[in-house]
Each structure stands twice: as C-alpha cells, then as structure tokens.
Design a binder for this molecule. Structure first.
Ligand code: ADP
Length: 394
C-alpha cells in the first residue's frame, strides 16, 4: 500500500511517499513547498507531481495520508483525522498557536481535495502515554488539571524512532521490538534485564530532550505546550508563569501581543538579538557578537540541564543520542554539550565527533561507558508504520 506522509507548517507543505508492504516501508519519493499561501492549490500541485513522476495514477492509489498533529483535547495516539478530532485540536489552539491552526486548516484542505482517502494522524503526545504521572503533573489546582494543564511531551515520533534505532545499535532487540509495538501492546511487551537507559536530544527549530527507560519515555522537556523546555528558534522555552502578568501589567501590552512576542520574538531569536538559525547565530558569535554567543550558551546549558535530569532519573545512562538539524550537523555544539562529563562516563572521541555530520555514527571513545551517538531522525517513517498498522487493525 502507498502511504503519503504530510508535514504541515504554517507556510510550508513537505511530503514523503512510502510503499508499505509486510514489515517493510520503502521511501519512494519526497518533496515540499515553501511560502505556501493557498493550501488547496499546493496539495493539488503535490498530487500532480506524484502523478507526473509515475508514483501514482490518481489520489485513489493512496491508501491514506498520514499526519503528525501536536495536541488535541482528550485525544492522543493514532486516530482518523475526522471533524471531531479537528474540533478537539481547535479546543487547544491557545496552547499550540504556531502548530494547531495550520494543521487544522491543512487537514481540512486535504479532506476537501481527496474526500475518499483516509486521513490518519499520529499525535506527538502519544509516546508519553506510559510516563510516570509524577513526571507529568504541575502543582496547579485540580480544576486546572481537569482542563488539561499538565505536562504532555512532544516530538514523540522523533524520540520513538531514536528509542527503537538506539536499541538496535546497542543490540537490544527485545527493547527495539517493544518500541516498535508500543501502540499495539501498550508497552507491555517483556524486555530483559538490565534496563536500557537512553537520553535522546532532538535539537532543531524546536528542541526537546526525552529520557527513555527500556523503550518507554519517562518524560520530555516540552511540558504543556510546544513553547516550553529549551529555547526554540523563535519560541520562548521555559519561563516562570509569573513573568507574563508582570510584563502585561508593567508595559500595558495585550495578552495577544505578549503571546505573539513569546512565539515569534523569543527563544534563540530573542537571546541573540534577532537570529533564529543556528548557522547565523554561530557566524555572529564567531564575528564577536556576544548576544549570539550567549544564545548558544543558553541552549548548551539547557541541554545539559535536561540530559542531567533524565540521567539521574534513569540511574545512569547507556546511550546519549543526538538528533535533528542542530544536533546532527554541529559537532562543535555536541562537543560543548558533552564537555567535562567524563566522570559521568560520557567520553566523546573528538575526531569521530568532528567527522560526523548528518550521518549515523557512534562518536564516543571505544571504551566510553556511555555510548554517544548521532542518529538522523526519521519521523515520517514512524508515521507511515503507524498509519499502516491503523489501516490493518481498523
Ligand atoms: P525543524 O524543527 O524545523 O524540523 P530542523 O531539525 O531542520 O528543524 O533544524 C533546524 C536547525 O538546524 C536550524 O537552526 C539550522 O541552522 C540547523 N541546521 C540545519 N542544517 C544545518 C547544517 N548543515 N549546519 C548547521 N546547522 C544546520
């Protein structure tokens, strides 16, 4: 069966087409569009492109379109993206203003353009279903919790891929199998001892760090919203909740203006004085821009903070994994994150680290107690697999 996986941004549409048969998923082709103003037209263009390339004869050749939605009220896991799910996403648009509105719009456009094709979404929160409750609660009144004010965790598809792939590389097929079957057997498939302890660092336009015990996430640096945790390209990251009323009352800005600043003018952009791409920030820092250097230092500090937190909760570490655009392509930042952690068993091999850009590799010394790895993430593959399973089971 052919499954199209679509990644919807506010002004972009990226896609990958997979042929899924038996236990295998083969990437057939991929493409994307930037600066999208009319989504319906762009979907038509993408479908035309697949026809022109000979990949499909018509939309009817697609068994489903898979999506990677963020958050919906009362819904997680892998579900059909019908109107009730879109309404549940609408209910939480305030929590994910940069993500939910474009997703809702994009999925509605897909359902207009291909009304007979199943549209299936794997929610980014799904990987955290087995995290301990104590790790996911905020100290808020119960009435707030009842409205969904708790940690959710995101980047689930990416961290799930890392959980499975790192287990394979560490020759723990029992754990890899558990991860692969997570949403089928609810994480209960047995694994052997000892526990496998992994921290996954997804550093990109959005960044998050997850602790993983024998294939199950124990928590994620992203909390209630995808604006929390580490500083993101334009989004704020961790912020004391009392900053918001103080800034609004003292400057007189509206809630909407404060939200917009926290989503569009904050994070690495806010710290560096206007640069949101790590390549530009590094260039600025090299040219002597101290704000840009500070932005890098905050990112590194925060990464170490979360790695440390999960290493402690896991009672040590077997593997530290770097993934996504920043982690995969910047050996210098990986080196700075791993500096002076030899007493914790994290011993980078400087030459292997330097030589590893955008490819899978172990970058720690041969005798390092903790294996440090770079693993390019593959969220689309995780979604294609899950969509295939959904279609098979439903
Ligand atoms: P997103 O969260 O948007 O998917 P990515 O995972 O693509 O983000 O990561 C984007 C970040 O990765 C940007 O800060 C970018 O500078 C950085 N990045 C991507 N490619 C490279 C590269 N070749 N060298 C250095 N940094 C890179």
């Amino acid at each position: 069966m052919k499954i199209l996986v679509a990644n919807l941004g506010s002004t972009s549409l990226k896609y990958r087409l997979f042929e899924c048969s038996g236990d295998e998923e083969k990437l057939l082709t991929q493409g994307g569009y930037e600066r999208v103003s009319n989504y319906a037209e762009t979907i038509d263009q993408a479908v035309q492109c697949l026809k022109d390339g000979g990949w499909i004869n018509s939309e009817r050749d697609l068994a489903a379109v898979g999506f990677k939605p963020i958050l919906a009220k009362g819904i997680t896991g892998c579900v059909r993206m019908d109107e009730s799910v879109l309404e549940a996403m609408e209910s939480y648009r305030e929590i994910a203003p940069a993500h939910n509105p474009p997703y809702i719009n994009g999925v509605r456009q897909f359902s207009k353009c291909m009304p007979d094709t199943p549209l299936i979404g794997l929610f980014e929160t799904a990987f955290y279903q087995w995290a301990p409750e104590a790790a996911m609660r905020y100290g808020v009144p119960e009435s707030w919790f009842d409205l969904g004010i708790r940690r959710w965790g995101y980047h689930g598809a990416s961290h799930k891929f890392i959980a499975e792939r790192s287990a394979e590389l560490l020759k723990r097929d029992d754990v890899a199998t558990r991860v692969r079957n997570l949403y089928v057997d609810q994480g209960t498939s047995p694994v052997e001892n000892p526990e496998l302890r992994v921290v996954s660092c997804h550093l990109g336009g959005s960044s998050s760090i997850t602790g993983i015990r024998s294939g199950l996430a124990i928590g994620n640096s992203l909390g209630l919203s995808p604006q929390s945790g580490l500083p993101h390209n334009n989004r704020v990251g961790e912020l004391d909740s009392f900053a918001l009323p103080y800034i609004m009352k003292t400057t007189g800005i509206s809630l909407e203006e404060a939200e917009s600043q926290m989503c569009n003018e904050a994070g690495l952009k806010g710290l560096s004085g206007g640069y949101n791409d790590i390549r530009d920030i590094k260039q600025q820092a090299a040219d002597g821009n101290t704000k840009a250097r500070l932005a890098l230092d905050v990112l590194i500090h925060q990464a170490r903070h979360w790695i440390g937190s999960y290493t402690f909760q896991l009672n040590g570490l077997d593997a530290l994994v770097f993934t996504a655009g920043i982690s995969e392509n910047n050996p210098d930042l990986r080196q700075e994150i791993c500096n002076n952690l030899d007493q914790l068993g994290i011993q980078l091999d400087p030459e292997k680290n330097k030589a590893t850009i955008g490819v899978e590799s172990v970058i720690s010394k041969a005798n390092s107690p903790v294996q440090v790895m770079v693993i390019p993430t593959n969220e689309e593959l995780v979604i294609a697999r899950e969509v295939k399973r959904y279609l098979t089971n439903n």
